[in-house]
Design a protein around this ligand. Structure first.
Ligand SMILES: [Zn+2]
Length: 408
């Protein structure tokens, strides 16, 4: 068996699972399933596919992990907090969980290029697949890297809160989630970006926070394209042509993301993979849904782009669903390791495959964080930004020399 490919999963809701599902993600998925056996409060009880040991087993050494807190208008059908302030407090609780996992050595926060390179270097020396699966003694215990993101901006009480979030490590933000939002409207909703939404985008661009266009309704998506020039990606985003529903992107939207140098993360939620899935009624077996289906979405994006550099992985595997809504051959996030073989059969080169599993999003971050650091330098950005830029510069500029010394 070939070595597992390093995976960068650009969309996981880890803290939501820890605090709203009461899942201790340090447990195995089997232990979590046993504990949830008789629970009925959420549809995916006992079907979870994500935990930190499973991520390590699947060589998922890096992820974008969300904070999420919705504000819901009075008597709106979607659940949410009655004020943005409550939603903010919810996200701060989630941040506290990430910090606690950092203290426990389970996670490490990645905020800049220097930390990214250091982390990738660490994982490049992780034990091989054989030692991971067959020997508990040698099991990889490395901390999993996470880049902090916010899904839905309702909890950003004011732009000052956005700046505080940036200082806490927030590096990507999706202004919308499902339904109407304070800043932008999301999936299954309609309407333009609000004036507040436009201010939010400007401030994100100033701070260098990546715009996550996933979940924006079509009108807000195009409004955002008119006023935003900063870096953007679509963290968990499949193709509307292959799974018709406004949650997925049209070919024009995919083209726009590609033209702006963005990357789209492939989501492994059945409802986003096949046409005709009925929410809470359909089952993977009804469609004989397998992991291979995601290759159709990958192919589609690569055809539009004319290359394989704009697609990556953003599984969403812990986004409020489990095996009742994932491909039949996906029991755990570690099963992502079957994807390289499937892509190989379709004619993707090893370089393409490594790019899709992690490299394309990593390269995006390299471009973005390099560029942002330079911008913050040239515009006399905040002092802590400047410090990061200097560190990055020192690290990048002298790396060839260090490498030369090491290999001697
Ligand atoms: Zn989502």
């Amino acid at each position: 068996m070939s070595d597992p490919v390093f995976v960068f999963d650009v969309h996981l809701d880890l803290s939501m699972n820890a605090l709203e599902w009461n899942r201790d993600l340090r447990w195995s998925i089997e232990k979590i399933r046993r504990w949830e056996l008789s629970m009925t409060d959420k549809v995916d009880r006992g079907n979870n596919t994500v935990s930190l040991p499973e991520m390590r087993r699947g060589n998922v050494g890096l992820c974008v992990a969300t904070q999420i807190g919705r504000y819901s208008p009075y008597f709106h059908r979607l659940p949410g907090w009655n004020s943005p302030e409550q939603a903010w407090a919810q996200t701060q609780g989630q941040l506290a969980w990430y910090r606690t996992m950092e203290e426990a050595g389970e996670l490490v926060q990645i905020r800049n290029l220097l930390q990214l390179d250091k982390h990738l270097e660490l994982w490049s020396k992780a034990p091989s697949d054989d030692s991971i699966t067959h020997s508990h003694k040698k099991q990889n215990r490395l901390p999993i890297g996470y880049i902090l993101s916010l899904e839905g901006a309702d909890s950003i009480v004011s732009l000052k809160h956005l700046e505080r979030s940036y200082e806490a490590g927030l590096r990507a933000l999706g202004p919308a989630h499902y339904g109407p939002g304070r800043y932008a409207h999301g999936t299954d909703a309609e309407g333009p970006l609000s004036p507040q939404g436009k201010e939010l985008l400007k401030e994100m661009q100033r701070l260098g926070i990546i715009l996550d266009v996933t979940h924006l309704c079509d009108e807000c998506f195009w409004d955002a394209m008119d006023i935003y020039d900063g870096p953007l990606w679509a963290s968990h985003q499949n193709c509307r042509t292959l799974a018709p529903w406004n949650r997925q992107f049209s070919d024009d939207q995919i083209k726009e993301v590609i033209n702006r140098g963005g990357v789209l993360g492939m989501a492994f939620d059945g409802i986003m993979m096949v046409p005709g899935w009925k929410h809470l009624r359909s089952k993977p077996g009804d469609f004989q849904l397998k992991i291979e289906r995601i290759c159709d979405h990958i192919d589609h994006i690569c055809q539009i782009a004319g290359n394989a550099t704009h697609v990556g992985i953003g599984t969403d595997l812990d986004g409020g669903f489990g095996t009742e809504q994932t491909p039949m051959d996906l029991n755990s996030i570690a099963d992502l390791q079957t994807l390289p073989g499937l892509l190989n059969k379709r004619g993707y080169t090893q370089k393409d495959i490594v790019g899709i599993m992690s490299g394309n999003f990593v390269d995006f971050l390299r471009r973005t964080w390099n560029w942002l650091d330079l911008c913050s330098y040239s515009t006399g950005g905040r002092s802590y930004r400047l410090r990061e830029w200097r560190l990055n510069w020192l690290f990048c500029a002298w790396r060839p020399l260090w490498r030369g010394l090491w290999t001697r």
